[in-house]
Ligand binder design. Sequence first.
Ligand SMILES: [Ca+2]
Ligand SMILES: [Ca+2]
Ligand SMILES: [Ca+2]
Length: 210
Amino acid sequence: MKIDYERLFGYALLCFSALALSGCDSSSSSNNSATNIDNNNSSGQVIFSADFESDLEVAGATTVNFDGLSNFTVEGVVDLIASGNFGILCAVGNACLDLDGTEPGLHDPASILTSSAIAIEPGNYQLSLYLGGNQRRGDLPACDLADSVTIAFDSFLPETTLTFDSAETLTLREFQFTATTSGQASLRISQLGLSDSCGAILDDIELIRL
Ligand SMILES: [Ca+2]
Ligand SMILES: [Ca+2]
Ligand SMILES: [Ca+2]
């Protein structure tokens, strides 16, 4: 395994309105560089969450090509990041994911995270998660390239693709949907394209019944 410790370059603000439902999170525009500030605090019943902190406790430190995520199975590879390593600052707490692990050229797509089945009853829901660019511009030539990520929750939330420049801020993204039937669904998050070691950063996922 290889860990390098390289420099963090500047952030740029990105706001993304998913499905024209949420708009930009107001708090994200006022403090783009801070870590350990959890904006993911909507009221409601949390029915699924993943902040990767317990995974870091298990791993003990940044672990490239980590395959022990407690909430997801992984096809391809991801890196479990201890905030600060590789110059990457997580959004909340000390742990987050680089959605493209450290096996360049071996995986296409670079990674697919699939949650266990989540029971859904009719109602209104909000999925929120922090996503942003790889934060590693200049580390490797590939780190200067944009990273695209898809998010889907089976038929309840059709697949959405977001694309991040390396410097795009790790920002809370929110998606709302209404379930009209009961069912089981898995959350799926995928880093698109051939693996190149530099992936979008993911942190603090919550699925809430509103
Ligand atoms: Ca975290
Ligand atoms: Ca990586
Ligand atoms: Ca990449």
